[in-house]
Design a binder for this molecule. Structure first.
Ligand code: SF4
Length: 229
């Protein structure tokens, strides 16, 4: 969907009767047909059926996210890779293994939806650049769904922002010029948020170059996760 079409849909939101995506599904704005406020379950159904940028996605839409209203920890990553797209399980890859190691949690805890919500910056696999590397998360996801999802997670105490896209989305102007500076300034966002590098193997060199990350940030992450969960 191009920018113009997206704006048209957003502008048309007053016409929405709750059965389409032609609205910004803000908390309290989008209502179901019977006029009741949409529940998280109903919203997730609509998100999972989203086809907003179908024509731009090489493998087609498959939004990958998990959330229940009782979740206390929110993990925000970039966008699914091909393995996650295939399985439909977020962080089901070596980056996920590294993140669990950073957090010091087992898979059972990590995938316990009653405690952990996982909503990446982009919900579908976005494709790859011709020269290699995944494309950035689709902006449509945040424009269409993020506020509404976040508004239905009232118990989140701690949000992990993995990578620059997650940080831009949640920290906005309060983020620093570079990912390194933002992560280095983690105390400014803590204990509500913690910016992290993406736990991809591509960042192993970054981790080596910035030894303060393992020394200061990971112990704070593990303590906070233990307390919150
Ligand atoms: S990438 Fe986001 S906006 Fe596009 S189809 Fe998937 S869920 Fe919808």
């Amino acid at each position: 969907m191009n920018e113009r079409e997206l704006k048209r849909r957003i502008a048309a939101r007053t016409e929405c009767v709750g059965t389409c995506i032609a609205c910004l599904p803000e908390c309290g704005v989008h209502r179901t047909k019977n006029g009741r406020r949409e529940t998280l379950g109903q919203l997730l159904e609509r998100v999972r059926a989203c086809r907003a940028c179908e024509n731009e996605l090489p493998l087609g839409p498959r939004p990958v996210l998990r959330a229940t209203a009782s979740a206390r920890l929110l993990i925000v990553g970039q966008a699914p890779g091909t393995k996650v797209h295939e399985t439909g399980i977020p962080w089901n890859d070596p980056s996920g293994d590294r993140l669990r190691q950073w957090m010091n949690v087992e898979r059972d805890t990590f995938y316990d939806e009653s405690r952990v919500a996982i909503i990446p910056a982009g919900l579908c696999y976005p494709g790859r650049y011709a020269r290699g590397g995944d494309l950035p998360p689709r902006r449509e996801c945040a424009q269409l769904w993020l506020e509404a999802l976040r508004a239905r997670l009232p118990n989140i105490e701690f949000t992990l922002l993995c990578g620059q896209y997650a940080q831009k989305l949640y920290l906005g102007q309060s983020g620093k010029k570079s990912l390194t500076e933002t992560v280095r300034a983690w105390r400014e966002y803590f204990p509500g948020y913690l910016p992290l590098p993406h736990p991809s193997f591509r960042n192993l060199r970054w981790i080596k170059k910035n030894p303060w990350f393992e020394k200061e940030v990971l112990p704070a992450l593990r303590n906070r996760v233990r307390r919150v969960l």
